[in-house]
Design a protein around this ligand. Structure first.
Ligand code: GLY
Ligand code: MN
Ligand code: MN
Length: 454
C-alpha cells in the first residue's frame, strides 16, 4: 500500500558525524566563564501503566549536543587543562536488561562514538559530579527536567554558599542555558537541514497516502492510521506531535486530536500531521474534501487561504522581519473575506487586533520556528521587535480560515458552515530566497483533486 507512495523517497542523509556534535559543543561553550559547570539533563522515563513506559523521547537540548537518544543520560562540560571537556552519563551494559528491552551501547558505545571525551555509568553520576560541583563557581542547568539533578545542585549551591567564606570554592549561582542553546538551535547547520528535508519528504508522502485512501465509510481514525503508518514505513520514529485529523466541524477546531468521527461525503477534512526523524520535526497541514471534489464554497475559501500562504512564504526572506509572513497572510485573508461579503468592515478595521472581524475566522499566528521541537526554541521578538530572518532558520507558514457553525460566539455564514481550511508548509530561509521543504506535498486544488481521483 505504501510502496508506490514511497518509491521516489530520496535516501536518508548520512548520520550526524562526531564532528557535527563537537562543533555544536564548541559553539555552546564559546565565551562561557571557565568556572562554569554545564549540566544537560534528560527527562525521566514516564510510566504508562504498571511496568509499561511511554515511548521515550529525550530532551532536545541533549539530542542537539550529543545525539544520545536513550534514557538516563546526562551530559556535562567542564573546563580542564585549558579546554572544555565533555562527559556523558549513560546506562551501563546489563545483560538481563538487554535480554528484555534491547541492546545498550553502554559506556563503551558512548566513548567510541567520539562525541564526548569521557563516558560514565549513570549510576555513578552523584559521585562524579560532586567534586565538579565543589570546584565550579556557576552551574549551568535548566531546572525542572530531572528532579534528582536539581536536588543535587540545590544542595551544593546552598551548602557551599555557607562554606564558601571559609573554603573559597563552590557554586554560587545557577544559570539557565536555554537562551544560549536556543540561539544555536535556531540556525540550522547543513546536516540538520538535510534531516529536516528528509522528515518533510516522509511526511509529504504520508499525506499523499491519506489522500489516496478510498473515501467511502471513512473514519478520521482511518486517515490517522494511514498517515502514522506511513511515517514509520518511511523510516521515521513516529509523529512529531499528535496528529490532528478533523472532518466537518472538527476541521474548525485548531488542535483537535480525538480523531474518531465518521467522515461524511462533502466534508472538508483537515489533517495536521508530521513525522519526527532523528529528533527533527516536520509539520504539514492539508485540507481537502471527502469525496474528492471541492464544492464552490470550499474552493472560495481554499483559494483565499492558499493565496495568503503564498504571500506569507514570499516574506520569508533574509533580513526581513520574522512577523512579515503573519502580516502578509492576515492582509490577504481579510481582503478575501471582504470580497466574499463575510467581513463588512474596511480592510484596516478588519485587521484591527481588538475589533477586527478577521479574528473571528483566523485566530492564530501564521507560523513558528521548527527544528528538534515542533514549536521550536528561539525568541521571536527580542526587546519587543520581530527579529530579522537569517539563513538557516526554519519556520512554518500556516494560515487558515475556520467557520465553526457550532460556535456560540459568532454567527457563521451559512454558505461556509463547518469549513475549516489550513495549509501549512515548512520553509527554510536561504540567501537565495525561501525554500519550501515540504514541497512534495500537493496543495493546489488541481493537484489534490488529481491525486484523490487516482
Ligand atoms: N501542528 C501544530 C502546529 O501546526 O502548530
Ligand atoms: Mn505548525
Ligand atoms: Mn501543524
Amino acid at each position: 500500500m505504501y510502496s508506490e507512495v514511497f518509491e521516489d523517497l530520496p535516501p536518508a542523509p548520512a548520520p550526524f558525524s562526531a564532528g557535527e556534535f563537537k562543533a555544536r559543543q564548541k559553539r555552546f561553550t564559546s565565551g562561557l566563564s571557565t568556572e562554569t559547570l554545564v549540566l544537560i539533563p534528560s527527562p525521566e522515563e514516564r510510566v504508562h501503566s504498571n511496568d509499561v513506559h511511554y515511548r521515550y523521547r529525550t530532551s532536545s537540548d541533549l539530542l542537539y549536543l550529543t545525539g544520545w537518544e536513550d534514557p538516563d543520560a546526562t551530559a556535562y562540560a567542564v573546563h580542564r587543562n585549558g579546554s572544555w571537556s565533555w562527559g556523558l552519563f549513560v546506562q551501563p551494559k546489563d545483560t538481563l536488561m538487554e535480554i528484555w528491552e534491547g541492546r545498550r551501547p553502554g559506556m563503551e558505545g558512548a566513548q567510541s562514538s567520539g562525541v564526548v571525551d569521557i563516558a560514565h555509568n549513570a549510576l555513578d553520576r552523584t559521585s562524579v559530579l560532586e567534586p565538579l560541583l565543589d570546584s565550579c563557581k556557576v552551574v549551568m542547568l535548566r531546572r525542572g527536567i530531572d528532579s534528582a539533578l536539581d536536588a543535587l545542585v540545590d544542595a551544593h549551591v546552598l551548602g557551599r554558599s555557607r562554606a564558601r567564606q571559609r573554603h573559597g570554592t563552590g557554586p554560587i549561582s545557577i544559570e539557565d542555558p536555554s537562551e544560549r542553546l536556543a540561539e544555536l538551535r535556531l540556525r540550522k547547520s547543513a546536516a540538520e537541514i538535510e534531516w529536516m528535508r528528509h522528515a518533510s519528504n516522509i511526511s509529504a508522502r504520508a499525506h499523499v497516502a491519506a489522500m489516496r485512501l478510498p473515501h467511502h465509510g471513512l473514519n478520521e481514525r482511518h486517515l490517522q492510521a494511514v498517515i502514522e503508518g506511513a511515517f514509520v514505513y518511511g523510516g521515521a520514529n513516529g509523529w512529531a506531535y499528535p496528529s490532528i485529523v478533523g472532518c466537518g466541524e472538527n476541521a474548525t477546531i485548531l488542535h483537535y486530536t480525538v480523531n474518531n468521527a465518521t467522515c461524511e461525503h462533502g466534508d472538508v477534512v483537515l489533517i495536521d500531521a508530521g513525522a519526527e526523524v532523528h529528533g527533527y520535526a516536520s509539520d504539514i497541514t492539508r485540507s481537502w474534501p471527502i469525496g474528492g471534489r471541492f464544492s464552490d464554497a470550499q474552493r472560495e475559501i481554499y483559494d483565499i487561504v492558499l493565496a495568503a500562504q503564498e504571500a506569507a512564504i514570499a516574506e520569508c526572506i533574509v533580513g526581513r522581519p520574522s512577523d512579515g509572513p503573519h502580516t502578509a497572510a492576515r492582509r490577504v485573508l481579510a481582503e478575501g473575506l471582504i470580497s466574499l461579503g463575510v467581513i463588512d468592515q474596511t480592510l484596516e478595521e478588519a485587521l484591527d487586533m481588538e475589533h477586527g472581524q478577521l479574528l473571528q475566522w483566523y485566530m492564530h499566528g501564521t507560523g513558528h520556528w521548527l527544528g528538534l521541537d515542533v514549536h521550536d526554541v528561539g525568541v521571536y521578538s527580542p526587546g519587543g521587535k520581530a527579529r530579522p530572518f537569517e539563513q538557516g532558520m526554519v519556520i512554518t507558514v500556516e494560515p487558515g480560515l475556520y467557520f465553526g457553525a457550532w460556535r456560540p460566539d459568532v454567527t457563521c455564514p451559512e454558505r461556509y458552515a463547518n469549513i475549516g481550511i489550513r495549509i501549512e508548509d515548512d520553509v527554510l530561509i536561504t540567501d537565495e530566497g525561501p525554500v519550501v521543504l515540504t514541497s512534495d506535498c500537493p496543495k493546489t486544488i488541481e493537484d489534490i483533486e488529481a491525486i484523490m481521483g487516482s
